[in-house]
Ligand binder design. Structure first.
Ligand code: UCC
Length: 628
């Protein structure tokens, strides 16, 4: 008998023979089908063992289920009901259904079939083909069909059109296989072209970037980063533009990070050469160019060589390449030397998209964690019945709600500006809040998504659950389109550039939001907290204005966080006062306002920005082991 077993089950049986019999006796000796005869016992036991041969136990964890992301999101529903007609909700509900049934699968396909670069054909000719998956191509068509760029330019709901558009992007993003990256740049390019004036040679491009017809739709790149760096664009850009007799230019340079390089066109920066070949250094030497990505009759890219694709932590479906521009034909869009100012419109749009996608990641991980908590049992009860687990999810929910209202408010302001409804105050607020929302939500997304993965235990760390990719992809949100520190400094720049008017707009609007909640007793603690923090912040700003510039620079990051937390608090309060608000809206506002709303004042109070701080910080960072 033993020989039979060995022949049938090899080493697994060897392990099972002496000990698992005890398991059977202790655990299930009375189960039907267990025979007791001496010689049969071993054979029966082996085929019964819960962990022998093909048997891997009877317990399997429940799988978290993705449900309609529109229907599952109470705040999104409430916010849209407050501001937009039913037809928008119906469209988003139908789209949410499509995301679950169809699109999410494509997103996964994008992730597991990343782009490949084929540099040469079999006969040695340079071809530089970026081969992408069918799912990635389907996403491009979907973006057009669903009007995810178009809505922002058709403006079917006037000043609220951007909120509608971005709500769709928000539902789409976590299932999009990162096609939100080309989507953001395409939107940004359309915005730049529209701001400059839609005329030859970009009229056709604008129509293609904003069409709903998949076969006509183009995506755009945004080639800003060169080898010297992505933040300091002014001194890092070496690409030169050589004027041609027909008024066009040939670009020569090396672009170090070009995202979604399978785009049909791009906007990029370069320095115009004068007749002697000289260029102007710094920001004032940069101009904005438009170029199409074309191939010659032999299939070779015209004026471009793809050096290699980047090997990235996340955003793997996105082809990100190093490009040699070797005589790329281009048209100058900005005045000479006005390149940074001209491309700033693109940065505004891509930064807002970044924030939308950050909040969407937070929402997705929460929706899955919430579903999982209703299925997974531990310590004798479902996760949802463990108060500490619920407290953890509730804290994530508060962060996500705050971030959602913040980003939607920026979309509201963008919509007002584009539909000609913006006041001076709105314009100032939009300028201030854009870097702020990008930097703050980028960091929130990382924290919330990381916490979210933990709520699945070890499964949150396993690649083919589709969970870790949410974290890997979130890491880019605080890096591309301006890092946290660069954006904190951008806030200081816009304060200085506007002579403080952006802050004036901020204080005025935040106070008006709070005023709407006066007398609402359930929100009184939150209103008091935000009001107090606002006064502290105002006092800080007045004091900082009297200090040396280095003082504010050290405070820039904490200032950005303070601006974000206070403003978000006022938005949560405002939303909780709406007639359709729920008790959860009130609860979220109260919880948000319990945190340190004004870290710049708390840090100032302990001397963080004093002149003694920078040398101490440096000494700490470069601390060496003590000898001896
Ligand atoms: O390309 C990248 C990846 C693509 C992937 C896109 C995905 C999108 C999201 C997807 C969602 C899932 S990453 C590379 C991105 N690069 C950056 O973000 C650059 C970061 N660096 C900065 O932002 C810097 O602050 C610079 C480059 C803007 C600083 O340059 P300058 O030349 O020193 O800037 P100045 O002198 O401060 O400003 C020059 C002009 C001024 O206008 P004028 O001359 O009229 O006074 C500024 O007011 O530009 C104007 N300006 C702005 N205007 C500068 N920044 C802004 C702004 N943010 N908004 C409006």
């Amino acid at each position: 008998m033993l020989a039979n077993i060995v022949a049938a089950g090899c080493c697994r049986v060897w392990c099972a023979v002496p000990r698992p019999l005890l398991h059977i006796r202790s655990a299930s000796v009375t189960e039907p089908g267990t025979r007791r005869s001496e010689e049969g016992q071993l054979w029966e036991a082996a085929s019964y063992l819960p962990y022998s041969r093909a048997r891997i136990g009877s317990f399997f964890q429940e799988i978290p289920v993705l449900k309609n992301p529109f229907l599952e999101d109470a705040l999104l529903n409430g916010y849209l009901r407050r501001h937009l007609p039913q037809e928008v909700l119906s469209d988003l509900c139908a789209f949410g259904e499509r995301v679950v049934k169809e699109v999410d699968r494509w997103g996964r396909e994008c992730e597991v079939t990343p782009p490949q670069l084929v540099q040469f054909d079999p006969w040695g000719h340079r071809v530089d083909h970026i081969v992408t998956s069918p799912a990635w191509k389907r996403m491009k068509q979907l973006v057009a069909q669903e009007g995810m760029v178009a809505i922002g330019y058709e403006r079917p709901f006037g000043e609220w059109s951007r909120v509608y558009q971005m709500s769709k992007v928000y539902i789409f993003s976590p299932s999009s296989g990162l096609s939100t990256c080309p989507l953001a740049m395409t939107d940004g390019a359309a915005k730049v072209i529209q701001s400059i004036g839609v005329s030859w040679p970009v009229d056709e491009a604008f129509s293609r970037l904003t069409t709903r017809q998949p076969e006509r739709f183009w995506t755009s790149g945004q080639w800003m980063t060169e080898r010297q760096g992505g933040s300091d664009v002014a001194s890092g850009t070496e690409t030169v533009a050589v004027p041609q007799t027909d008024g066009s230019y040939k670009l020569h340079g090396f672009k170090w990070f070009t995202s979604a390089t399978d785009a049909d066109m791009t906007l990029t920066l370069a320095r115009v050469q004068d007749r002697t070949g000289a260029t102007t250094p710094g920001s004032k030497g940069l101009s904005l160019f438009y170029a199409e990505v074309n191939r010659d009759k032999d299939g070779r890219l015209k004026g471009i060589e793809v050096q290699r694709l980047k090997d990235k932590l996340g955003t793997r479906p996105v082809p990100t390449a190093e490009l040699l521009l070797d005589g790329l034909s281009a048209h100058r869009l900005s005045e000479e030397g006005r390149g940074v100012a001209a491309i700033a419109n693109m940065l505004t749009i891509t930064r807002i998209h970044n924030a939308v996608c950050a909040v969407a990641s937070m929402r997705r991980v929460l929706q899955l964690a919430r579903d999982y908590a209703t299925r997974r049992t531990a310590f004798g009860k479902l996760l949802k019945d463990h108060p500490l687990h619920m407290q953890t999810l509730a804290r994530m929910e508060v962060e996500t709600r705050g971030a959602f209202l913040l980003v939607m408010d920026v979309c509201r302001l963008l919509g007002r500006e584009e539909s000609g409804m913006a006041t001076q105050l709105d314009a100032h607020l939009l300028r201030l809040l854009t870097p702020m929302v990008k930097l703050y939500t980028g960091k929130q997304a990382l924290a919330v998504v990381s916490e979210g993965l933990e709520s699945f235990g070890g499964q949150g760390y396993i690649e083919d659950t589709g969970l870790p990719v949410i974290l890997r992809d979130s890491q880019v949100l605080s890096i591309w389109e301006g890092t946290t520190n660069i954006l904190s400094l951008d806030i200081l720049r816009c304060v200085a550039h506007s002579s403080g008017m952006v802050l004036h707009a901020y204080f005025t609007h935040t106070k008006s939001l709070l005023a709407g909640a006066s007398g609402v007793s359930s929100l009184a603690p939150a209103v008091k907290a935000v009001d107090g923090a606002l006064s502290e912040l105002q006092a800080f700003v007045q004091l900082a204005a009297t200090r040396a510039p280095g003082y504010l620079e050290l405070a820039a990051r904490d200032l950005a966080y303070s601006l974000a937390r206070i403003y978000t608090g006022s938005l949560l309060i405002d939303h909780a006062c709406w007639k359709g608000a729920s008790s959860s809206d009130t609860y979220a506002a109260l919880r948000w306002c319990e945190q340190d709303l004004c870290p710049v004042v708390s840090k100032q109070a302990i001397g963080c920005y004093d002149p003694s701080t920078p040398p101490l910080d440096t000494a700490l960072v470069y601390d060496q082991p003590t000898q001896g």
